[in-house]
Unconditional design. Structure first.
Length: 247
């Protein structure tokens, strides 16, 4: 998991919230499994729902940044009764984001495996960090059949491409308009997360508030504290006792 997200989680917890940090399958400190027949993000959503049940959280605020924002939106569409509120920090959209993510999620994994098998996959930064976090992951990765890995990557890549060019990546306009959950949108301003995507989501989600651009257009070292403060202000409205899940 990114250290800056961990810092944001700590800042939120200091304000009295219970915070669960969700590392998606095949990332961070989570498990490794490339024997999945279902679309990748559908699996993430089911894992998230299972985690909440496991800890006895019947309802939760779901906080997601970048790819996590996409998972948070999809989770809300699948389990609206579970989501007390949505905090979306950085919404991916546009050709720049698609090209980068297509390569980051799938392209370089495929090239590494095709050239040097799972040994080269283990050397990629993403998986090297997973091995550093859990040394046993190297043995698990090396046991994966390269043909299976390539097949899964190609399958997940094809599904990802279907919704990659929506105004909000992966989420159709109709889906956005169907969301009635209280939502706070905080822009994360760079070419991967254009302000127009945040504004479009705000326009479509009738129950959303959009944080002013000027409040996030500042030094990167202040982004975590800005996000934590913004979330806490949002979550301290008159809801039930707070539980937060950061994805």
């Amino acid at each position: 998991m990114a250290s800056d997200l961990e810092e944001t989680a700590k800042l939120i917890s200091k304000r009295g919230f219970r915070v669960l940090v969700f590392d998606r399958l095949n990332s961070g400190r989570s498990s490794i499994d490339f024997d999945k027949s279902e679309p990748e993000e559908e699996g993430h959503i089911k894992d998230l729902e299972a985690l909440l049940k496991h800890v006895g959280a019947r309802r939760a605020f779901i906080v997601g940044r970048s790819g996590g924002a996409r998972i948070a939106l999809k989770f809300t569409l699948s389990y609206p009764e579970t989501v007390r509120g949505l905090f979306l920090w950085g919404i991916s959209a546009g050709e720049t984001a698609y090209r980068f993510l297509d390569n980051y999620y799938f392209g370089k994994n495929l090239r590494a495996c095709q050239i040097g098998g799972m040994a080269d996959v283990c050397k990629l930064e993403h998986f090297a960090l997973m091995i550093e976090a859990r040394p046993e992951n190297e043995k698990i990765l090396m046991a994966v059949d390269p043909g299976q890995f390539i097949s899964v990557m190609k399958s997940w890549r094809a599904v990802f491409a279907v919704g990659a060019h929506y105004h909000v990546m992966g989420i159709s306009n109709k889906q956005l308009g169907s969301i009635k959950t209280p939502t706070k949108i905080m822009p994360y301003i760079d070419p991967m997360h254009p302000i127009k995507a945040a504004r479009f989501a705000h326009q479509k989600i009738s129950t959303s508030d959009l944080q002013e651009f000027s409040k996030t257009n500042r030094d990167a070292s202040l982004l975590e504290s800005t996000a934590a403060k913004s979330f806490c202000e949002f979550a301290n409205r008159p809801y039930c006792a707070p539980t937060v899940l950061t994805s």
